[in-house]
Design a protein around this ligand. Structure first.
Ligand code: HC0
Ligand code: SF4
Length: 575
């Protein structure tokens, strides 16, 4: 242990603890803009400077290690003066128009400047304006970038992609898409992790809320929404609701109060996905098609973008099942339109997703039908949902539980856990077991696939299961850097699997790039636990027991993998 004094408090910390972590351990929050534990500990912003007794120069707390006997001051006059000048200089290169910034109220720079009582900008402002394609789902405003390097590091170290890079030198140093590419040319998976790790508003999702409001106002449109599994774990975080009070039923109430005509829960189509994907897996597995390579899940659009750009030769191993978002859209514009007795063009489909890549998934040509347009017409993130709730003057405390509409009403616990890493695999195995054996396994039979997607296990969880005389070898991975490493091992023959689930965001959709932002804090694990709790307490825990899915097969699709199911619920991913 190392003993030191911080702001007059004697503390003992483990060796190799940074001054920043030591201070945090006793509740002293040294401000910082660039620090991300384990990812970005470079002292670039210099906001975290502290005074070390006996030294003239101030030192950065984020990347200096505690030493025996150190006496540290985090808020001495010298520190305050230096920190203030640093922040004023950062503001001289930052577009300070907070009113029109999506991150206003949730911006670390705004908070630090306010805390330091910086009420005027003493330095001349120089703003860097780079052009940007604002039709792309990820938007960067260079005039807001504070060059903290977090996006560069997260994209490189966590997601293994290196979309961002430093450009220019000295005074003109800035961040931009690497290789002088446009963002559309870059291999961006649209995971949104750079957005959720940006301390300011330099990165954001394209806002599509106005499209949704327009559809709601259009008397010729019937607006039909779906809410993804992971949204229920996070939407209450910015609205002052405790996790147990922030139910999916209240989201349904909010959407209906806004004027959306029908609201469904994506867990229904998650169950439908399992029916298709589970059967597809059993078929591909038993036919020997998966001898060399596993079947990969295809429901995460960040992962699908990644495999297409990084490993195009493996695209053919993706499941052909559309994602639950896309399946629901297709069903809303066919089965549901028929139920309502209206033509598909009248239906406007909206999905509420924890994800930025879902915006690009909806735009893909694969999901366009002559008769009905795109399966999904608009995607909003959890953050956009929160803004819509606020702008509709809905007080969250007045929301009540409203049931999802019929006939696509039910969703099982298997559908709910889709939102956490390992959930799709676990749900698929519950039903694959039933398909092979004709009886249910215990609902908890496959919990070994639950991976939390954090560094302790490299984000990979392996498990083998025996079903009759068949051994199914599975792996679950989240985070694209972890995925790249797993694929390397698969290709080199170090590991062999039959079925692999990939989620682009660490922890799965609960940690998605469209979820509420808590600067520097990871919430995925906590949110994932919430989904497993909901599954444990669900009446139905097997996708193949979803009565509304069974009814839809009876009335419409006949059976999983039928011709009609292939036409509407599957797709052919191309390189
Ligand atoms: Fe997910 Fe999904 S689980 S990708 O993370 O499969 O976004 O929540 O909606 O489509 O269901 C996201 C979450 C979904 C889809 C589902 C899958
Ligand atoms: Fe990289 Fe993901 Fe950001 Fe794209 S969205 S630049 S892949 S971190």
């Amino acid at each position: 242990m190392v003993n030191l004094t911080i702001d007059g408090r004697q503390i003992s910390v483990e060796e190799n603890t940074t001054i920043m972590e030591a201070a945090r351990s006793v509740g002293i929050q040294i401000p910082s803009l660039c620090y991300l534990k384990g990812i970005n500990e470079i002292g670039a912003c210099r906001v975290c400077v502290v005074e070390l007794e006996g030294k003239d120069r101030l030192i950065t707390a984020c990347n200096n290690i505690c030493e025996e006997g150190m006496v540290i001051y985090t808020n001495s006059p010298k520190v305050r003066k230096d920190r203030r000048t640093t922040v004023e200089l950062i503001l001289s290169e930052h577009d300070c128009q907070c009113v029109t910034c999506m991150r206003s109220g949730n911006c670390s720079l705004q908070k630090i400047a306010n805390d330091l009582d910086i009420l005027e900008l003493p330095f001349h402002q120089y703003l860097e304006h780079q052009s940007w394609d604002k039709t792309f789902p990820l938007i960067r405003d260079s005039a807001k970038c504070i060059k903290c390097m977090r996006c560069v590091q997260v994209c490189d170290k966590v997601q293994g992609l290196g979309v961002w890079d430093v450009e220019g030198t000295g005074y003109h140093t800035t961040v931009n898409v690497s290789g002088h590419n446009s963002i559309r040319e870059a291999d961006c998976a649209l995971c949104g992790q750079c957005i959720t790790h940006c301390p300011v508003g330099a990165l954001r999702e394209r806002s599509d809320t106005n499209e949704v409001w327009k559809a709601i106002e259009d008397p010729d449109k019937i607006v039909v929404a779906q809410v993804a599994p992971a949204v229920r774990t996070a939407w209450g975080e910015e609205l002052g609701l405790a996790p147990e009070d922030a139910t999916v039923g209240k989201i349904i109430d909010a959407l209906k109060r806004m004027g959306i005509n029908y609201v469904f829960d994506t867990t229904f189509s998650a169950d439908l996905t399992i029916m298709e994907e589970g059967n597809e897996f059993v078929k591909r597995f038993t036919s020997g098609e998966l001898k060399d390579r596993p079947m990969f899940t295809s429901c995460c659009p960040g992962w699908v973008r990644f495999i297409k750009s990084q490993f195009p030769h493996l695209v053919k191993y993706l499941s052909s099942a559309k994602s639950p978002q896309q399946m629901f859209g297709a069903v809303m514009k066919t089965y549901f339109a028929e139920k309502l007795g209206v033509s598909p063009e009248k239906i406007y489909t909206v999905s509420v997703m924890p994800c930025v890549a879902k915006k690009a998934e909806r735009e893909m040509d694969l999901y366009y039908e002559e008769y009905a347009g795109h399966d999904i017409d608009a995607v909003i993130t959890t953050r956009e949902l929160i803004r819509m709730i606020r702008s509709a003057h809905i007080s969250p405390q007045t929301l009540v539980d409203v049931e999802s509409d019929r006939p696509m009403h039910e969703g099982t616990g298997a559908g709910v856990i889709f939102g956490a890493t390992g959930g799709v695999m676990e749900a698929a195995l519950r039903s694959a077991y039933y398909i092979i054996k004709g009886e249910n396994p215990p609902a908890e039979a496959f919990t070994a696939v639950r991976s939390q997607g954090f560094n302790e296990n490299d984000g990979v969880q392996e498990a083998n299961f025996q079903i009759n005389d068949i051994t199914v070898r599975t792996a679950v991975v989240s985070g694209l850097g972890n995925t790249r490493e797993l694929i390397r091992k698969i290709e080199s023959g170090e590991v062999h699997y039959d079925f692999v689930e990939v989620m682009a965001c660490p922890g799965g959709c609960v940690g998605g790039g469209g979820q509420p932002i808590h600067d520097g804090e990871e919430r995925a694990f906590e949110r994932g636990k919430n989904l497993y709790y909901l599954d444990r307490n669900a009446n139905l825990r097997f996708s193949h027991e979803n009565p509304d899915v069974i009814q839809m097969y009876k009335e419409y699709f006949e059976a999983p993998m039928s011709h009609k199911a292939h036409m509407l619920l599957h797709t052919e991913h191309k390189k």
